[in-house]
Design a protein around this ligand. Structure first.
Ligand SMILES: C[S@@+](CC[C@H](N)C(=O)[O-])C[C@H]1O[C@@H](n2cnc3c(N)ncnc32)[C@H](O)[C@@H]1O
Length: 417
């Protein structure tokens, strides 16, 4: 007989099972009393503002969930970690954490945001900044005139389709030199730290209109401006990293870069005690498109990502009827919950922060869809909290959807499947 625990029988279950799990009734009650709006809260503290990313959730949400639904030293998993909001909060609260995202930019940023650069690397970073200041003095839009290129064997421009359409010649030149110099750094983590700084400024120096609009807009970026922006960004990141270091607990943060449906690189023996995530919305964003230029410059493959991205607006537009697309999303979520079921301890929680989507004028209530799918994968609904969102405080903000509220769906794993 399968044993299903619910709140009605939790006391008897506790007696039956001794102290093998914590009774979370009190904590769930507390969660229901929280005002989840966080209208006046700072959402960009410490490393959270390293890098822009569409549809991040505000850090206060995972923070509260971690505080109430896990213990220090336990493991928290975010299967769609984006740029690591959950991971940063977990490390501040003394929980180990593991994040996964299909987007290699998201995975890179998550790793850098939730770990520390060694203080011993500061002189190396200072000397890189001094070199870049020197390039700024020499900057010109004629690549062949730049003398330092000859000492940079790694220097090359990526093979970006329509590169000249998207990047002015001086910008191409400066990005190429910068990345070549970064690759000469001796520490891989410092390389990644600096690559995140380059990635953070990349859309602003390109001719891509903005973070969530893939259209050309001439920006007339002055010569040397890439160097200038990089120096300012990396300095700011360092200051924030030092502040984070003061507060970060000595725990592990691991990041993988998989399709959640296969999760090939998840450590085979790792069990987690809490899952928190904001999944991709069906028909809302195209991360592979918005981050296309970043991926090309940093040596990743946006086309490979586009084939696996869940919820991609562009993919839904290209093929299938609305019903087929909703079914494809449900199927992706089914595989996702099966994966979560494999790694999450029984009687522990999985929290999904979701709003609604619109498919060709048809409203899809994602909280209900998620709950339905999860109950087929060994979960039961613990609570569904509605969160009113201030226009500027949406954990997801999509021009396609102007939702005034979203849901924090808290599911409990009741059995292995
Ligand atoms: C709403 S965002 C998560 C944002 C995150 N909560 C944060 O604060 O940064 C959803 C994420 O799902 C990722 N994603 C889309 N398809 C995926 C897949 N097949 N496997 C894993 N991640 C995927 C996207 O790259 C995106 O980062």
């Amino acid at each position: 007989m399968k044993y299903v625990i619910s709140y009605k029988n939790i006391n008897s279950t506790l007696i039956l099972m001794g102290r093998s799990f914590v009774d979370f009734r009190k904590e769930l009650n507390h969660l229901q009393k929280i005002n989840w709006g966080f209208v006046d809260s700072d959402t960009q503290y410490l490393t959270h503002n390293y890098h822009p990313y569409p549809a991040r959730f505000i850090p206060q949400i995972p923070s509260k969930l971690i505080q109430y639904l896990s213990e220090e030293g336990e493991w928290v998993f975010d299967p769609f970690c984006g740029v690591g909001t959950t991971l940063v909060e977990a490390t501040l609260l003394g929980r180990n954490c593991i994040g996964n995202d299909l987007n290699p930019i998201g995975s890179l940023v998550s790793k850098v945001k939730s770990n520390l650069v060694s203080v011993a690397d500061k002189p190396t970073l200072d000397s890189l900044i001094a070199d870049v200041e020197g390039y700024f003095e020499l900057a010109t839009d004629t690549p062949s005139l730049i003398p330092h290129l000859s000492v940079m064997p790694e220097y090359r421009l990526p093979n970006i389709p329509n590169r000249d359409h998207w990047f002015a010649p001086n910008v191409q030149e400066e990005l190429g030199v910068l990345l070549a110099r970064i690759h000469m750094l001796p520490s891989q983590f410092l390389v990644d730290f600096c690559r995140v700084a380059v990635s953070a400024i990349l859309v602003s120096v390109s001719n891509q209109d903005c973070e969530t609009r893939y259209a050309r807009k001439e920006k007339d970026i002055p010569i040397g401006n890439v160097y200038k922006r990089f120096i300012s960004k990396v300095r700011e990141m360092w200051t924030r990293m030092e502040a984070y270091q003061e507060k970060r607990q000595p725990v592990t943060s691991q990041v993988i870069n998989d399709d959640i449906r296969t999760l090939e690189h998840f450590p085979p023996n790792l069990r987690v005690q809490l899952v928190i995530t904001s999944p991709p919305y069906p028909n809302a964003f195209d991360y592979f498109l918005y981050h296309r230029h970043r991926m090309f410059w940093l040596g990743y493959d946006p086309i490979a990502m586009s084939r696996k991205e869940i919820g991609s607006h562009l993919n839904y537009q290209r093929k299938g009827t609305t019903q087929q697309n909703i079914a494809a999303f449900k199927n992706a979520m089914l595989l996702c919950f099966q994966g979560i079921n494999r790694v999450l301890d029984t009687h522990r929680f999985c929290c999904f922060v979701v709003g609604d989507s619109i498919f060709k004028k048809q409203l899809v209530k994602n909280d209900q869809l998620i709950t339905k799918v999860a109950t087929r994968c060994g979960f039961e609904l613990a609570i569904n909290l509605e969160r009113n969102i201030h226009a500027h405080r949406r954990s997801f903000s999509s021009s396609a959807r102007r939702a005034k509220s979203e849901h924090i769906v808290i599911l409990k794993k009741v059995e292995d499947v």
